[in-house]
Design a protein. Structure first.
Length: 84
């Protein structure tokens, strides 16, 4: 018996997969910019506060990506139960 693969090639063409990839890239960019603002590499007035706000926005983006992943997994499990 072949071991169950965690990833399937057909998932690459799934719209949820593409949205999650875009959200992950956006999260990484926003988090890095937020850290640079917070540490003062990018100079702004009240940089620590603005940097913290940008990092919080990055966390919200990541939470949205995780919700899409969890909801997709939950829907897949419900579909599997309906088939059985």
């Amino acid at each position: 018996m072949r071991p169950h693969s965690h990833r399937h090639p057909e998932k690459i063409h799934d719209i949820n997969f593409k949205i999650r990839q875009v959200l992950n890239i956006l999260f990484m960019i926003v988090a890095v910019v937020g850290c640079l603002i917070y540490t003062g590499v990018i100079q702004t007035d009240n940089g620590e506060m603005k940097g913290a706000i940008v990092v919080i926005i990055a966390v919200l983006i990541k939470m949205a990506e995780c919700m899409i992943r969890l909801l997709k997994r939950n829907n897949d499990e419900e579909d599997d139960e309906a088939i059985e």
